[in-house]
Design a protein around this ligand. Structure first.
Ligand code: NAI
Length: 301
């Protein structure tokens, strides 16, 4: 099998009835993969449902000679997630790839955010990714192979006005992916995150004059790379859009160390805040152990 081909591979793609997810489904199928095209088929705010979006993408794939099956379950319940993965097992006998992509928006400034607007956004983006990925992860562990992609957003990684619910859900996915990357390592399961920028129905009113230059197809190749056998990266976050492919990362600087075995005073923190925040030198820890090792160094005589 070619390292960037998908012959023999089965991909579950959530929210694949439009926007970014559709492009992943079409391209994986074009490269020989079999695809579960999941889409609830509702409106951008998460209301409603229909079969037409997933059906349309499956039709396009089949007409182009590819293999795909539609699934209309919502990612936002454990039963929905299980049914989506079961669809892959029933139709294609395995699951190698999960691209968590389904998404909705309920933007509201924090002071006005209702519990319902919080819950529906957490349910689709964050819990939905748990519900779909967990049953697939079990299959991947048994098979000793898996590729998982989560769709985060700069709204969470960097922050964006009016999106506390969405930003928190999206940053939660970074935590989920980081831990899965560690848990999946010994079974060749790689887990990565993208933060895309693309002109879709979710963003059509937000991107301004550059919208026309931000076709979803610019995001597709990076996601397919992360979903491919040739991908050696795991535990990483990529920002992608309009032809730019780059990395976000969580770095840790050297900081300032108070010697002598006593806590610093508040006044000392104020005095050294420049060193504490200085990013001139940093490392990118690969997990909790890397940070603990740095801390343990303090106590070596
Ligand atoms: P989109 O609205 O075209 O695609 C999202 C798809 O998810 C829709 O087809 C929708 O029907 C489906 N969906 C929604 N709720 C669902 C549920 N409960 N179960 C199954 N399917 C469901 O928008 P787009 O932009 O393609 O979004 C894809 C992902 O990318 C989302 O997670 C979004 O938050 C994320 N994203 C997009 C950005 C952009 O610039 N377009 C920026 C940052 C993140």
């Amino acid at each position: 099998m070619s390292k960037t081909g998908f012959d023999g591979r089965v991909a579950v793609i959530t929210g694949a009835g439009g926007g970014l997810g559709r492009t992943y489904a079409l391209e994986i199928a074009r490269r020989g993969g079999r695809v579960v095209v999941n889409d609830l088929g509702g409106r951008p705010d998460g209301s409603g449902a229909s079969h037409s979006m997933a059906d349309q993408v499956v039709k396009e794939i089949v007409e182009a000679g590819g293999q795909a099956v539609a699934n209309y379950d919502s990612v936002s319940t454990p039963e929905g997630g299980a049914a989506i993965v079961q669809s892959a097992l029933d139709h294609f006998g395995r699951t190698d790839i999960v691209i968590n992509n389904a998404g909705i928006l309920r933007d509201k400034t924090f002071a006005k955010l209702t519990p319902e607007e919080l819950e529906i956004v957490l349910d689709v983006h964050l819990k939905g990714a748990f519900y779909v990925t967990q049953p697939a992860f079990k299959v991947m562990k048994d098979n000793g192979y898996g590729r998982i992609v989560f769709t985060a957003s700069a709204a969470g990684i960097l922050g964006n006005f009016g999106q506390t619910n969405y930003g928190a859900a999206k940053m939660g996915l970074v935590g989920l992916s980081n831990v899965l990357a560690i848990e999946g390592a010994k079974n060749d399961i790689k887990s990565n995150v993208i933060a895309p920028i693309a002109n879709t129905r979710l963003t059509q009113d937000l991107l301004g004059p550059i919208a026309a230059k931000l076709a979803p197809e610019f995001v597709t190749p990076l996601v397919l790379y992360l979903a491919s056998e040739g991908c050696e990266q795991t535990h990483e976050i990529f920002t992608v859009g309009g032809g730019r492919y780059a990395r976000f990362f969580v770095g840790m600087n050297d900081g300032w160390v108070k010697r002598g075995g006593q806590p610093a005073t508040i006044e000392e923190i104020a005095e050294h805040i420049g060193e504490i925040r200085d990013t001139a030198r940093f490392t990118i820890p690969g997990g909790v152990g890397d940070e603990l090792r740095v801390t343990a160094q303090l106590f070596k005589s």
